[in-house]
Write a protein that binds this ligand. Structure first.
Ligand code: MN
Length: 360
């Protein structure tokens, strides 16, 4: 297991690489280029500049999150081929720079979605929150505006303004795309990039839909075990893999996270683990919590044990954290609570290792 930490770059993050380097056990950064428009090729010089800055700080850059997929690919428009060709070139360029895993998602229009980015918790901290009773009645355009306003001045990952500027138009285009069609479009994408992945030795790791159910009439397919099985079988290659996000999949209590880790881990299809906790307060209602089992609804020991049991050699990162100690940062991506998360997950990992084998 390689412990990593998401970083948004010198210009876009309140946290420095030097701070990340001082979190015990973190060996790498999960990075991205945030100034390349969706659909364009990631240029070699920018990738190398990012890699150099990360390595100068004593960290590795082996995971990218995300190389976003152009909406035309998800919609299956005839213009998709040029964007797929660009995506192939980005994969090749990233492989040349030593990147091993690309996390991406295939969610129509929206990436992750919450109705409150600063939900107050009893201890005085705040966290991201989702309440379906509120979300189901929100006008999506208003939700985009509200989310942008409460982002503490940072661009939120997956909510880049250029992706959302033509919202109404995009919704219209999705009227003809149901789940099966979206699966077909994902298959077409994967079939056409997988040879580039093999050539570059870069593994694709799709992130589950967050939350894992349809929203605003848009289809969502990376949601549960059945669909994950369908997904890995679209292209039967280890390069077609998963980012197993406990918080996204776990928002549906029918998804048993340790079982999913064991099942897809044994198949060699999990390349990246997002590990976080959340607390339910009703059906399709949850707020995020600290990583500690006691603070949320998941048994984090069982999650880490599942990774340990499969001999997981891929990358793990703590996922969203609460905002604590008066930190001002991108919602979900402060330093302090995620650093606490790393330390806790590393503690579980060490203990599980010593208990199960008497060794590391
Ligand atoms: Mn995640």
């Amino acid at each position: 297991m390689n412990m990593t930490f998401r970083w948004f770059g010198e210009k876009d993050d309140s946290i420095s690489l030097e701070q990340i380097r001082q979190i015990p056990g973190v060996t790498g950064v999960v990075g991205a280029l945030y100034d390349v428009p969706v659909g364009d090729v990631w240029p070699m010089d920018k990738i190398i500049a990012l890699k150099d800055s990360v390595e100068k700080a004593g960290l590795k850059l082996e995971v990218i999150e995300s190389v976003n997929v152009h909406e035309d690919i998800k919609l299956g428009l005839s213009s998709r081929d040029k964007y797929i060709e660009n995506y192939r070139q980005s994969i090749i360029n990233l492989g040349k720079a030593g990147v091993k895993v690309i996390c991406y998602n295939f969610m129509p229009v929206f990436d992750w979605l919450r109705n409150n980015l600063a939900y107050p918790l009893l201890d005085g901290s705040n966290a991201l929150c989702y309440d379906h009773d509120i979300v189901k009645d929100i006008d999506p355009v208003k939700l985009v505006e509200d989310t942008a306003k409460s982002s503490n001045g940072f661009t939120l990952p997956g909510w880049e303004p250029e992706r959302l500027s033509e919202l109404k138009d995009t919704f219209e285009k999705y009227k003809n795309v149901n789940e099966d069609k979206l699966f077909d479009n994902l298959e077409y994408f994967l079939e056409n990039i997988i040879s580039a992945c093999e050539e570059a030795d870069v593994k694709m790791a799709i992130h589950p839909d967050d939350p894992p159910w349809p929203l605003f009439g848009l289809p969502r397919i990376v949601t549960d075990r059945k669909n994950l099985e369908r997904l890995v079988n679209l292209v039967d290659s280890p390069y077609n893999g998963l980012t197993l996000c406990s918080g996204s999949l776990g928002a549906n209590p029918d998804n048993n996270i340790p079982d999913l880790i064991r099942n897809f881990g044994k198949m060699g299809r999990i390349h990246f683990g997002h590990v976080r906790n959340l607390k339910f307060f009703g059906e399709r209602k949850f707020h995020e919590s600290s990583h500690l089992s006691l603070d949320g609804s998941f048994d984090m020991f069982e999650i880490m044990k599942a990774y340990h049991d499969i001999g997981f050699k891929g990358y793990i990162r703590p996922d969203h954290g609460r905002m604590i100690w008066a930190e001002k940062a991108r919602p979900g991506y402060g330093l302090y609570d995620r650093a606490l998360g790393v330390t806790y997950l590393n503690g579980l990992w060490e203990a599980i290792g010593k208990m199960t084998s008497g060794g590391e």
